[in-house]
Structures are given as C-alpha cells and as structure tokens.
Design a protein around this ligand. Structure first.
Ligand code: CU
Length: 212
C-alpha cells in the first residue's frame, strides 16, 4: 500500500525452501510505458528471520497514481531472481509521507509516518523513518538526526505539553511521543537537524491528524 510496508518474502528453488542467505528487493514505479521511472526506499538486505520463516524488510511506496504501474526485482544471493514482476499498489488514506528538497545539501528528504497512523486524544507514539536521495533511484536511511516536534491545534493555533522529540532507534527509525490534548485537526511540525545542519525548511514539514 501507499506508505510504509513491512514485507516478508519466501524463497523456493526446485521446491526447496531457503532459510539462509539474503534477498534483495527493488521496486520501480513506471509513469507509463517508456515514461519516467523511479524507485522507492527499501531495506537494503532482506535477512532470514527464523521466528516467521521469512526474509524480512520494508518498502516505502512514496507515490500513488492509478495511471502508473509498479514492478519489483527480487534477487536471492546473486544466484537467481525474478525481474520486473508487476504488482498492484493500493491506496492507504492513513499513510503520510513528507518530501522536501534542500538546495544547500542537494538532497531530497523523505519522512515517512510509521505510527500512529490513526492517533487518539492524549499521548500517542510518533514513529517516523527518515531517508535521503539525490535522484529518486538510490535512497539512504539517515541515522542520528535530531528532531524537534511541535503539535498545533489548527483551529486555535495552540500547542500542547508533554511531547517527547523522536530519538534515533536505528535502521532509519525515530520514536517519540505526541500529545493531542483535545479533539480537532492537528498539525505536527517536525524540524530535522542532520550533521549540524537544519535540513527542513521554514516552516517545517508537517503531518496532519484528525483527533476524535
Ligand atoms: Cu512515481
């Protein structure tokens, strides 16, 4: 679906299931046959997970367009694979992905909401993933950035207390806490500092939530 997806892959060769090695997964979005194409952020190596029996990783599908189509390349241990297998992509209205460029670093940044996709009144986990790219073909998880969040009730402009800025957990993921103190529509601004440079614009990119 549009947004962040946990992905698990099973590999068989001549009917024998693989439980070692590594799977590489690459997805490409084609805007029409022979038209422009780009890839998406995916986990670099899908390693075998014993508890689920799957080669596990993720993909962030950054666009949804019914006029475009998606294809995936799968590679097992550089031994064999499947090229350009077309797959359908569904829309998820709860997914939120913020994309912006920075002319100083000459990079595009992608901030993906992992949770909570549908927050409630009060304290909620705010888990996001941060990537950079320079040409929408190769993406890197960005480690050790500093994030500063600011919730704002849109109707009045008021903020809230008891928020916790997202801190780095590893693998491009940051986790914090956001406090929605009353029902209504809220923005959550997220300014991001990386390697001593504020990479977000002013005002910072923002997620939007409706709290019931
Ligand atoms: Cu696209």
């Amino acid at each position: 679906m549009y947004g962040y997806n946990d992905i698990g892959i099973k590999v068989f060769q001549n009917g024998n299931e693989k439980n070692t090695g590594v799977v590489k997964y690459k997805t490409t979005m084609y805007h029409g046959l022979g038209g422009p194409s780009h890839t998406t952020p995916v986990k670099e190596n899908f390693n075998y997970d014993v508890s689920t029996g799957l080669f596990k990783g993720y993909a962030v599908f950054i666009m949804y367009d019914t006029a475009a189509f998606w294809a995936a390349d799968y590679d097992y241990n550089s031994e064999f694979g499947v090229d350009s297998a077309v797959f359908p992509l569904e829309f998820n209205s709860l997914s939120q992905i913020l994309v912006w460029d920075n002319t100083f670093t000459q990079r595009v940044y992608i901030l993906t909401l992992l949770s909570s996709l549908s927050p409630v009144s009060g304290l909620n986990e705010l888990k996001v993933m941060l990537h950079e790219t320079s040409g929408f073909q190769v993406y890197n998880e960005l480690p050790n950035a500093e994030m500063f969040i600011r919730p704002q009730l849109i109707s009045t402009g008021q903020g809230s207390d008891n928020n916790a800025n997202p801190v780095y957990l590893g693998e491009g993921i940051y986790k914090g806490t956001v406090n929605f103190t009353m029902p209504g529509e809220w923005y959550v601004y997220d300014s991001v500092k990386y390697n001593g440079t504020v990479i977000t614009k002013s005002p910072p990119p923002k997620f939007k939530f409706t709290i019931n």
